[in-house]
Ligand binder design. Structure first.
Ligand code: SF4
Ligand code: SF4
Length: 179
């Protein structure tokens, strides 16, 4: 016996014809999709021989870099805000008195464990002087876990490698910090 509640919809099984019973409509639907993809523009590339084009490197979250100031010094002032904000606890900083008069501290050592990093971008957001940034470098490889722990020199070298193609985001967005 069927319920009379108007909110209940009873569904009856559709009657399939000869074509339906032979799965012809579904077969043609699948074939059409395959043929359509054969002639549509290709979106894959032969990596690593071909490099994928990153539409907007400013919003890409790849390998980190430590930025340098105009004098070529590390911009970081060892405030620990990035390490505090990092949800993966993969930033380790050892602060020391700065050898320069324009800041109190600088990072004697600065390491990021790229294997623990989840590339959330919180460190970049937290930094008051735009010293740490994520770049559009996406191929991160190493032959050991130790190689994937990027120290200060390696992070500064990523800046040297990427700064021409990817200017500092604060400069690019026109909101450079005062420091
Ligand atoms: S991107 Fe996120 S997880 Fe990676 S170091 Fe920065 S804050 Fe930590
Ligand atoms: S990178 Fe930025 S947030 Fe992190 S310690 Fe240095 S100045 Fe502070």
């Amino acid at each position: 016996m069927q319920a009379t509640d108007p909110d209940i919809y009873w569904i009856t099984e559709p009657q399939l014809g000869l074509a339906g019973n032979m799965y012809l409509p579904l077969f043609m639907q699948g074939l059409t999709t395959t043929v359509k993809h054969l002639f549509s523009p290709k979106v894959t590339v032969s990596f690593p021989e071909e490099r994928p084009q990153i539409g907007n490197p400013l919003i890409y979250r790849g390998v980190h870099r430590l930025n340098k100031d105009e004098a070529g010094r590390v911009k970081c002032v060892a405030c620990f805000l990035c390490a505090t904000a990092c949800p993966a606890h993969c930033i380790d900083i050892v602060a020391a008195p700065s050898p320069w008069p324009d800041r109190e501290k600088y990072p004697e050592s600065f390491t990021i464990d790229e294997l623990r990093c989840i590339f959330c971008g919180m460190c970049e957001e937290a930094c008051p002087v735009d010293a740490v940034e994520l770049t559009s470098l996406l191929d991160l490889t190493g032959r050991s876990r130790e190689e994937m722990i990027f120290d200060k020199e390696k992070l500064l070298s990523v800046y040297d490698m990427t700064q021409a193609a990817e200017p500092m985001k604060s400069l690019e967005l026109g909101n450079a910090p005062s420091k």
